[in-house]
Design a protein around this ligand. Structure first.
Ligand SMILES: *Cc1c(COP(=O)(O)O)cnc(C)c1O
Length: 399
C-alpha cells in the first residue's frame, strides 16, 4: 500500500511540523554576510530558554547528538580523568563506550535495563570520594532505548550532599524540549541535545549547553580536540559566525521550531507530552502479554515507550509488519533487547489521534506477528484516558 501518509513513530527523527519544513525551504545564503548574525544570534538565546539556562554558553555544532557528547568530554576533561557513569540502555552504554575510547578512567555502574541512573549509589560513591578524584558525573536523562527517565535533580542533590566539585554532564537528546529540564536549577554543567528529537528538525545540529564552570575548565582541559573545540566557536559565535560552514537551512528551521515552542509554552509542552504518553502507556497496559521495559512508574518516559513483547513472538516481526503492511515505523529494540522490544516514540509534533493511530497500527502488527492482543483494547484504553484527562487533571498548568 503506497496511498496516504506514512506514520513515523520512532523516537527520532520525529515528525517535522509543516511550518518548520516550509521555513527551511529557502535559497542558500552567504554565511559570512554582514547580517548573518541576525539569523543565528537569537537561536542561541532561544535554545537557552528551552534549556532553562541564563548563564554559560550555548554551542551548536553541525553534527548529530553524538558530536555534542564528544564535545562535552574533550573540551572539559584531561586524559585519564576519573568519571562516574551508569549504563542502563543502548544510549547510556554508548556514552560510556565513548568515554573509555577517549581515554577516561570510567567508573561505570551497570544497571538493569528498565531502570535509570542509580542516584543512591552515586551519592554513596561521591560521599566516599573525599579526595575528589572523580572529575565528572554523567546522567542520561532519558534513555531512549528503554523508555526510562532519570532523576537529574537527584544527581545534583547527591553532589551537593557531599559538597563534591565534580561537574555534571547530562544527555538530554530525547528529553530537552519535551520533558522538564532545568539547566540552572539543577546545576548542570554540560547538557547535550540534538535537532531531530524534541526540536522537530532533521538531524544535523547538535546542541551543547555549557556552564561558566565548565567554560573555565575548558581553558586548561588537556584532551585533544579540534572540530568540536569550544575555543574556535567562542571566537566567532558572539557575532553569529562559525569556524566552518554551518547548516543554514537548519538554522531557519530551528528559528521556526523555537517560535512554535515559545507559542505553546514549555509548561504546556511538558504537560502535553505527559498526557499523550500516559494515553500510550494505558494502551500498552491493555495488551495481554505485553509490558513496558521501564520497570516502575518512576522511570516511565514521556517521550518514548519501549514495549516488551510476549516471549512467544519476535519484536522484529512487529516492526516489519508495521512497516510493510501499515506504513508505520516503530523504533527497534537496540542492543541486548533486540527482538524483545519495539518502541513507540511519542515526542515532538504530536496529538491524541496520532497516538491512537500508533496504537491501532501496533495492535494489528502484534496480531500479525502472532501475539494474542485483543484488537482495539489499547486504542479504547487510550481513548478513555484522552476523554477523561486534561492538563489540569494531571496537575500541570492548563493552556
Ligand atoms: C538519539 C540519541 C542520542 C544520539 O544522537 P544522534 O543524534 O543519533 O547522534 C544520544 N542520546 C540519546 C538519549 C538519544 O536519544
Amino acid at each position: 500500500m503506497k496511498n496516504g501518509q506514512s506514520h513515523l513513530f520512532i523516537p527520532g527523527p520525529t515528525n517535522i511540523p509543516d511550518r518548520v519544513r516550509r521555513a527551511m525551504n529557502v535559497p542558500m545564503e552567504d554565511m559570512r554576510a554582514p547580517d548573518f548574525g541576525d539569523l543565528t544570534k537569537p537561536l542561541f538565546k532561544g535554545l537557552k530558554r528551552v534549556y532553562q539556562m541564563t548563564s554559560g554558553r550555548m554551542f551548536m555544532f553541525p553534527g548529530s547528538g553524538t558530536g555534542a557528547w564528544e564535545s562535552a568530554i574533550t573540551n572539559t576533561l584531561n586524559p585519564g580523568d576519573r568519571v562516574l557513569m551508569s549504563s542502563f540502555g543502548q544510549f547510556s552504554h554508548l556514552w560510556v563506550d565513548m568515554a573509555r575510547r577517549l581515554g577516561l578512567d570510567v567508573h561505570c555502574i551497570d544497571v538493569d535495563w528498565g531502570k535509570g541512573v542509580p542516584v543512591a549509589q552515586y551519592a554513596e560513591i561521591l560521599a566516599a570520594d573525599k579526595a575528589h578524584a572523580i572529575k565528572a558525573v554523567f546522567a542520561t536523562q532519558n534513555e531512549t532505548a528503554t523508555g526510562v527517565t532519570s532523576d537529574v535533580a537527584g544527581v545534583r542533590a547527591a553532589l551537593d550532599a557531599s559538597n563534591h566539585p565534580a561537574m555534571l554532564y547530562v544527555d538530554g537528546v530525547s528529553s530537552i524540549g519535551s520533558i522538564d529540564f532545568r539547566f540552572d536549577e539543577w546545576g548542570v554543567d554540560l547538557a547535550v541535545a540534538g535537532s531531530q528529537k524534541g526540536f522537530m528538525l532533521p538531524a544535523g545540529l547538535s546542541m551543547l549547553g555549557v556552564s561558566d564552570k565548565a567554560l573555565e575548565a575548558s581553558k586548561t582541559a588537556g584532551m585533544p580536540r579540534c572540530y568540536f573545540a569550544f575555543e574556535d566557536m567562542l571566537k566567532l559565535n558572539d557575532d553569529g559566525y562559525f569556524p566552518y560552514t554551518p547548516p543554514t537551512q537548519l538554522f531557519h528551521g530551528l528559528r521556526e521550531s523555537l517560535a512554535l515552542i515559545e507559542e505553546e509554552g514549555l509548561v504546556n509542552i511538558f504537560a502535553r507530552h505527559k498526557r499523550l504518553a500516559e494515553g500510550v502507556r494505558r494502551g500498552i497496559f491493555a495488551w495481554e502479554g505485553c509490558r513496558l521495559c521501564a520497570q516502575d512508574r518512576q522511570w516511565h518516559s514521556d517521550t518514548v515507550s519501549a514495549i516488551v513483547v510476549p516471549d512467544t513472538i519476535d519484536a522484529r516481526d512487529v516492526i516489519r509488519f508495521g512497516y510493510d503492511r501499515y506504513r508505520t515505523s516503530f523504533g527497534s529494540g537496540l542492543g541486548k533487547v533486540m527482538g524483545k522490544v519495539f518502541r513507540i516514540g511519542h515526542l515532538g509534533d504530536l496529538n491524541e489521534v496520532m497516538c491512537l493511530a500508533a496504537l491501532a497500527s501496533a495492535e494489528m502488527a502484534l496480531h500479525d506477528a502472532g501475539a494474542n492482543v485483543e484488537l482495539g483494547s489499547g486504542v479504547a484504553a487510550a481513548q478513555d484516558w484522552f476523554l477523561s484527562s486534561n492538563a489540569v487533571a494531571i496537575g500541570v498548568a492548563a493552556e
